[in-house]
Design a protein around this ligand. Structure first.
Ligand code: GLA
Length: 382
């Protein structure tokens, strides 16, 4: 009896310290293990670059698939409150469908995610002209943004508490009009706590502007389950940046209080969506209450039918809340068709058009400095 107790106690201690699964006499101790990463071919680009698809799994029924084409998260399998697993991001099954064009599903957006007015900015007295690819403005890095390039992928060795994939890309001086050779690293980590952590780092050899984000469209009820209007959102933002008709911030910071933008307490996404001026839904940058660059709570989204909860933490000063207003049924996804409001994005970021708004948090990266931002998407149920 005593020996049996000691064996169990030892197993619990090992499980606790290793943060891993320990199975003794049918009893499970510690956190899930079975951390794994595997790779398969995903095809090749028209210029013959080989593209792979990586599958990261943890011991808690969470799986994320990432391709090194655009650093795109293609699938994100998450359990609901009954343990039913579903894919909670919009996307496609094949590389060909991504190559055919899509609204940044799951991709890394950069070099400057979101908009730069008229595709122009001035840095150290030099005016730079970028591609104009969204009305009269520049969007998500231009014609061939970071969402359309092939990144170099290095899978990390699985540990007991996490598994990771490192993506690197050298954006050359002058690419899409931006100054400086920019070395970028994006690390995707899946943890035993059902977190998807994304770390962005970059260095440059000439002053440049930089804004990296992930453009996943979430539907916590499952990617094929229709609109996201019943999801309940809370945002840690007392202010937002109002926009003009081209979705460029006017430069003002407006209080959300008493407006359709007030998500400081929980509201369904659909409750006031039709009253959002101009944009056919939400497509706005929210100024996060934490502005000091530390990792802080950004948003919580709850889906009542499945009980899935997504909590977001970030070091970034803003988040673009976008309700898939431009989805129009033209994208046939994973066995489904994506219509208006079938997904929402919470793109953690610097504020849009910061290069032309000196009073916004600076998006300039100088040589000798390292751009270093983290966003965590944590999944649970209630
Ligand atoms: C961002 C923008 C939207 C739209 C989508 C892509 O989230 O803010 O206006 O351009 O990307 O369709």
């Amino acid at each position: 009896m005593k020996t049996r107790f000691l064996v169990i106690a030892a197993a619990v201690m090992i499980g606790f310290y290793a943060g891993c699964d320990t199975q003794i006499m049918g009893i499970k101790f510690g956190k899930g293990t079975n951390m794994n990463i595997s790779k398969e071919s995903f095809g090749k680009t028209p210029d013959d670059k080989l593209v792979d698809l990586y599958t990261l799994t943890n011991g808690n029924d969470m799986t994320v698939k990432i391709t090194n084409y655009g650093g795109i998260i293609t699938n994100l399998m998450v359990p609901d409150r009954d343990g039913k697993i579903d894919d909670v991001v919009l996307g496609f099954d094949t590389l060909e469908e991504y190559l055919a064009g899509h609204p940044y599903f799951g991709a890394i957006a950069g070099r400057y995610a979101n908009r730069i007015a008229k595709g122009k900015f001035t840095l150290d007295g030099v005016e730079y002209n970028l591609a104009v690819n969204n009305g009269e403005n520049h969007l998500h890095g231009g014609i061939v943004g970071f969402d359309k390039v092939v990144w170099t992928a290095v899978p990390g060795k699985a540990r007991s508490d996490r598994v990771m994939l490192t993506l690197t890309y050298l954006s050359k001086d002058g690419e899409e009009g931006y100054p400086g050779n920019l070395n970028c690293t994006v690390v995707y980590e899946l943890t035993a706590d059902n977190e998807l952590k994304i770390t962005y780092k970059a260095t440059t050899d000439k002053a440049t502007v930089l804004n990296l984000t992930n453009h996943s469209y979430f539907n916590l009820a499952g990617q094929a389950s229709g609109d996201i209007l019943g999801h309940v959102l809370t945002l840690n933002a007392n202010y937002f940046t109002p926009v003009d008709e081209g979705l460029i911030p006017t430069g003002q910071l407006d209080s959300v209080r008493g407006t359709v933008f007030d998500f400081t307490s929980p509201h369904t996404i659909g409750e006031r969506l039709n009253d959002v001026p101009m944009t056919g839904g939400y497509d706005h940058n929210f100024c996060l209450n934490s502005q000091d660059g530390s990792l802080a709570w950004c948003a919580t989204v709850y889906e009542p039918e499945t009980g899935r909860v997504l909590e977001i933490e970030t070091t970034q000063p803003g988040v673009q809340f976008y309700t898939g207003n431009f989805l129009d049924g033209s994208n046939k996804g994973k066995g489904t068709t994506y219509n208006k409001h079938n997904g929402f994005c919470l793109e953690t970021q610097h504020w849009p058009d910061s290069p032309n708004k000196p009073h916004f948090p600076s998006a300039v990266l100088e040589p000798g400095r390292t751009y270093d931002e983290v966003t965590i998407f944590k999944f649970s149920t209630k």
